[in-house]
Design a protein around this ligand. Sequence first.
Ligand code: B12
Length: 200
Amino acid sequence: MDAALALVRARLDSGEEPVAILEECRDGMEIVGERYAKGEYFLSELVLAGEIFKRAMYLLQPKLAAGKAVGTLGRLMIGTVKGDIHHIGKNIVVAVARGAGFEVHDLGVDVPVETFVNRAREVEPDVVGLSVLLSTCFPATRDTVQALKGAGLSLSPKIIVGGGVVTEKVREYAGADAWANDAVEGINICKVFCGKEVDV
Ligand code: B12
């Protein structure tokens, strides 16, 4: 763990882009996930990898959030769906969104459908982001999308789903407006939803 964090520090100090370092950390998590799926790694390795990533994020997050903030682009409400406690990816989306200039309301993890709906009434978001890492939580994702769409919210927020397991099929099943499994790409979609032009 110390070696990995020292490397992140050194690369940040050398002026490397935090997003590039972040993406490489994420590639590492992909490998850990694959090894876990094949039975080469156990839950303890999953936990350790999660802990290393979390600490790397403590180093990267301030730099990501320091980005190119230019006033409020729009309001993003985000949470990980009911039954799912993975938060690393969601927290990256939060950091990137804040860096881009969104006002972000983070509801945390394992968020019940009613909480999404009740908070959406208070916050009046332009976009709602749902994070999901477990395929067993796809039904909860769909329930959340349907409840938000059926709640008669004044701004009719756009809904974007994201997370490593999310694909176009999942978006379609859930009835969401968009999907992404990359934070920067997801936030670019949110910008378009808020009527902003996006550099490609
Ligand atoms: C770390 C980890 C854990 C940690 C979580 C730590 C934490 N506090 O978050 C712990 C150990 C707790 C854990 C537990 C479990 N895990 Co887990 N975990 C992982 C692992 C290795 C990495 C996840 C991660 O953080 N990735 C790094 C982040 C940066 O990537 P990301 O989440 O995809 O996020 C990026 C994008 O997707 C996007 N994004 C994310 N959210 C959103 C939202 C929006 C709106 C947008 C636009 C974009 C976006 O932006 C991020 C940055 O680009 C994955 C493997 C993998 N390859 O994903 C397995 C994995 C997700 N886990 C898995 C499983 C099975 C479990 C457990 C059920 C294991 C068990 N038997 O208990 C439990 C479930 C607990 C629960 N109820 O949620 C499976 C899920 C399989 C499936 N298809 O359903 C995976 C895929 C491993 C595997 N290959 O089998 N896990």
